[in-house]
Design a protein around this ligand. Structure first.
Ligand SMILES: NC(=O)c1ccc[n+]([C@@H]2O[C@H](COP(=O)([O-])OP(=O)(O)OC[C@H]3O[C@@H](n4cnc5c(N)ncnc54)[C@H](O)[C@@H]3O)[C@@H](O)[C@H]2O)c1
Ligand SMILES: [Zn+2]
Length: 347
């Protein structure tokens, strides 16, 4: 186990790399800890949960809602959890978001940590202290920014992760490369998903690089006044598509990234949109789709990145460098129509 401490304005986070689940009791006291997981993770890693207090939830984004938080609170009361209790989210991003959120409201806030078990949670969701739940079709509408005590990385947990969830995680890794790290982007362009799934050393190195990249951005801008917005690359259109169509998060974000890269060429003279598209294809992600612009635009307007009649849109000025550009909503809609028409022609 290698421990690294990341200091944010709101608190310190101990990050354990190269850890094995069996060492979790060295990081948190079994007596005080309550693990929160979902049925998939519990079934896949059943033996690991032995002798721990566990709350097992139904899996899926549909359960990342206030009623689930309320149900967890009831179970915490049944467990007689108090201010010395530590909640440990063992799961994907749904579980880590819920765990951090409930820990932040239970008894006005108790401590929590994460054992991310999906690639997406390892490289993205568990980092940065954003915790919350969805409200209707609006994702993460309610929540809080509060840092966990620790992050515990056991990449061997990924051995049971379904393939399409690997693809989802890769979309966020590609995002990090695109707007934060040209070297990572180029490395990804040389690889494919199978290499990550089979080469344990490579996987660990890529996960760690992503933790470092996201942590550094969050450290610079914990409360999302500037740079942290870069992490929304591909997500403005991505979220809108995700709510309207049967797409996974990674697929929706991939489509959003292709639009954002194309828009970067139109607006700020970016030259390598085709490289972005190429990498996404390599990782099994879709890059072109035709959608109902009016419907998608209605949702997109509700994005938290909107500033009255402008949208703060994340573009790429070059590979590895994102830039936030304010685009009037009316202009954005024209570009969406143009992009959609382009894709229709290519079909
Ligand atoms: N807080 C943040 O900053 C942040 C950032 C990005 C995403 N998120 C949130 O994360 C969520 C998405 O995360 P996710 O993709 O991990 O979703 P998820 O938690 O739903 O996990 C995906 C699926 O994989 C299963 N799973 C997870 N680990 C497994 C394992 N080791 N073996 C077998 N099955 C496993 C889960 O049960 C689930 O079915 C979204 O709700 C999103 O809003 C939050
Ligand atoms: Zn995402």
């Amino acid at each position: 186990m290698l421990k690294k401490t990341y200091t944010y304005s709101s608190g310190k986070v101990d990050v354990y790399f190269d850890a094995a689940f069996g060492q979790l009791n060295k990081v948190v006291d079994k007596k005080n800890a309550i693990l929160i997981t979902d049925e998939h993770v519990f079934k896949a890693h059943h033996a690991k949960f032995k002798n721990w207090n566990v709350i097992t939830l139904k899996p899926g984004e549909a359960y990342k809602i206030q009623p689930t938080a309320d149900a967890i609170v009831e179970q915490l009361i049944a467990f007689q959890a108090d201010r010395s209790s530590v909640l440990v989210g063992v799961g994907g991003g749904v579980i880590t978001d819920l765990t951090g959120y409930v820990a932040s409201i239970y008894m006005r806030g108790i401590q929590f940590g994460f054992v991310p078990t999906s690639l997406l949670a390892m490289v993205d969701a568990s980092i940065g202290g954003k915790n919350g739940v969805d409200v209707g079709e609006y994702k993460n509408m309610v929540g809080i920014i509060r840092q966990p005590l620790f992050l515990f990385y056991d990449t061997s947990l990924l051995s049971t992760l379904p393939h399409h969830e690997w693809v989802n995680g890769c979309a966020e890794i590609i995002k990090h490369g695109a707007v934060l790290d040209a070297k990572l982007f180029k490395q990804l362009a040389q690889l494919e998903i199978q290499a990550l799934k089979t080469d344990k050393k490579l996987l660990k190195a890529i996960v760690r690089r992503n933790v470092e990249l996201k942590s550094a951005v969050v450290k610079r801008d914990e409360f999302e006044k500037g740079d942290r917005k870069l992490l929304n690359f591909g997500h403005t259109l991505g979220h809108a598509l995700e709510t309207q169509y049967e797409l996974t998060h990674g697929q929706a974000v991939a489509l959003g990234m292709v639009f954002a890269a194309w828009l970067s060429e139109q607006v700020i003279g970016f030259k390598q949109a085709s490289s972005v598209e190429q990498v996404l294809v390599q990782y099994g992600l879709p890059t072109r789709a035709v959608f109902d612009v009016d419907r998608v635009f209605e949702i997109l307007k509700m994005d938290k990145k909107r500033l009255s009649k402008q949208m703060r849109f994340v573009l790429m000025s070059k590979l590895g460098k994102g830039e936030i550009v304010e685009i009037p909503l009316t202009v954005l809609k024209k570009y969406l129509i143009a992009f959609n028409t382009l894709n229709k022609k290519q079909k």
